[in-house]
Design a protein around this ligand. Structure first.
Ligand SMILES: [Zn+2]
Length: 330
């Protein structure tokens, strides 16, 4: 197997340990993902999100920088097993050397604090994908998860396409700069209006790194069929999220069959070139059907037994995500 996973929160979990004065061990951890279990499943690429809960920190920018330093430190400390990625070719070179590629991403565009200079700075530090929002409005746009729909304080700064706000004017500039720099734009967590703003601005592929199908599980974090078709038509990808709440309307009912319903639906609506993996490991409650990075074979076995051809399983495991990374990153 060669697996590309577009989203995990392992870096954030390890930073929490480090801030408590504990040593983090990427080789063998108690959480969902470590080197040992990535090797067991045959990982090729893992995207490591610098996740920032901006309401919990004094400066999202400083916390983002701290996580970027942590990524660098992790890559050098575990250099016998993993290596950083700055260009697409690094993924290929790392694989030849038997190393798992670690891509640095940001989850919470608020880390940029609306500053284009910070975007340049994080690019230099290796950031190659940014999830534009998490669950709060930020300088870039509006999230999908707020219960109450309210127009933000200063509506003049927002490009409001529907009743629900999408991207800000600064957010549009940031998305344009990401596109020109080769930083992947991630619409997971973004509001529907924000999604359509991104779709109207961008020419290159964009992705939803960790979202499922809303027709199968009605959570707002999931994608509508129209969104699935749009991502596919742009050459983008959708990373399947392993969180029970995004798989089943009643999360207690989750089984591997729940994954299959989303997989079959996304393949039917978007075609075979759009689906990828976005586990959300270490950012979600443990899903007993797929509890950790060492257990992925179960899912791929079931895909094959359900009649998905090997060629399509290969696309889901790695080829679709690699195709998009090759096109966007340089
Ligand atoms: Zn997330």
């Amino acid at each position: 197997m060669s697996i590309v996973d577009l989203h995990c929160d392992t870096l954030h979990e390890m930073l929490k340990q480090k801030l408590k004065g504990e040593h983090y061990n990427l080789y063998k951890r108690a959480g969902h993902l470590d080197v040992e279990r990535m090797q067991e499943s045959g990982y090729m690429v893992q995207c490591f999100a610098a996740f920032v809960d901006k309401e919990q920190v004094d400066s999202p920018y400083e916390r983002g920088k701290l996580l970027a330093r942590m990524y660098k430190e992790m890559c050098s400390e575990y250099s016998p097993y993993i290596a950083p990625v700055y260009h697409y070719q690094d993924i290929i070179n790392n694989e030849r050397l038997g190393l798992i590629s670690a891509v640095l991403t940001i989850e919470e565009g608020g880390v940029l604090e609306g500053n284009l200079e910070y975007l340049r700075e994080f690019y230099e530090k290796g950031v190659r994908m940014i999830t534009l929002t998490w669950n709060y409005p930020n300088e870039i746009g509006y999230p999908s998860c707020l219960e109450e729909v309210s127009i933000p304080d200063n509506p003049a700064n927002w490009k409001v396409t529907g009743e629900y706000p999408g991207l800000t004017k600064r957010g549009i500039e940031i998305v344009e700069m990401m596109e020109s720099r080769g930083i992947i734009v991630d619409v997971s967590h973004l509001s529907d209006a924000g999604f359509w703003d991104v779709a109207s601005i961008m020419k290159k592929p964009f992705l939803a790194s960790h979202s499922n199908a809303r027709s199968i599980c009605g959570h707002k974090r999931n994608l509508s069929d129209a969104q699935i078709r749009t991502i596919a038509s742009r050459g983008g990808v959708i990373g399947l999220n392993y969180c029970a709440e995004f798989l089943e309307d009643n999360p207690a009912d989750v089984t591997l069959e729940s994954f299959m319903r989303h997989i079959n639906h996304i393949l039917r609506v978007g075609g075979s070139d759009v689906l990828a993996l976005g586990s959300d490991f270490d950012g979600i409650e443990t899903n007993p059907a797929l509890p950790h990075a060492g257990a992925l074979e179960r899912l791929f076995d079931l895909m094959l037994r359900s009649g998905i051809p090997m060629s399509v399983v290969d696309k889901i495991q790695s080829e679709n995500a690699l195709r998009m990374m090759k096109e966007v990153m340089r």
